[in-house]
Design a protein around this ligand. Sequence first.
Ligand code: DGY
Length: 333
Amino acid sequence: MIKKQEAVKVLVSRIYPEIGIELLRKEGFKLTTWQEDRPMTQPELIKAARENNALLCTMTENIDKHFLNECKHLDIISQFAVGFDNIDISEATRLGIPVGFTPDVLSEATADVAFGLMIATSRKMFHLHKTISRGEWSYFRPTANLGIDLKDKTLGIFGLGRIGIEMAKRCKGAYNMKIIYCNRTPNKKAEELFDARLVNFNDLLKQSDVISVHCTLTDQTKGLFDRTAFDRMKPTAIFINTARGPVHNEQALTEALRNGSIWGAGLDVTNPEPMHPGNPLLSMENVSVLPHIGSATVETRNKMSRLAAENIIGFYKNMRVPNIVNPETLTNK
Ligand code: DGY
């Protein structure tokens, strides 16, 4: 460890899978763990972080400019997530605070949820499950409860990175779907493996039977799927979002589903989270909503916990953060 005189103190913001926590303990870090089920408020977080050298946090913590300036003493922030839109990265970088994150290990689990939502929505599974518990399953009716096929349809991926490629793999393999995508840069791997074709945003909207969102949340992607976007989609299209809720405008999505601009939606992320139980989307037939469970498998969360710990250990051992958002913070240290 770099700080040898006394043990490095790490604030652990939530109860994370033990595997990473144990790793930190074994390496001699002194841990303070927030024990409540709810996330800390920002004042609580600031107060606790002031007593520590490093922070292990996740997307429930608001690491904005205010927090960072109150806690500029932090040596490192290690985020338990691949997304880091809760952290003001440019301010952390300006203050020289490295930010670690947990990419790759959750790509397959998250793509499974996107794929599952696509199927569940196309066959109205969430809605039909509820009709049984309401006692509404009477008898087989040849023209009732009809969904739509996915075979040979076109999948449009918005943000084709690590998770998007896993979604493409599933859709190509299971349904021979044609893959088109919209990205800032071409994804050669996806083009070679799945014959994916880069298109502009407008063509993605117009040509896709299913649109699956896998981008990061930025000023450019916030609210991108708005009324105009939904109006340009096919009336038979399904919209899937497993990335971040604010990428779509929830009011516009609700209207698009109501007025038939699109056919269905599958959401693992909403805006706000948690979604209000009275939200009209929850009672629509062609809508499937999950409580942000993309990475929620035992194996994946264990891997995320290990990576988040390794980012802290690497920093104190040899100034290396294996998965870092802002590597420029390490060059001058
Ligand atoms: C992430 O990692 O960003 C997911 O949304 C939560 O696992």
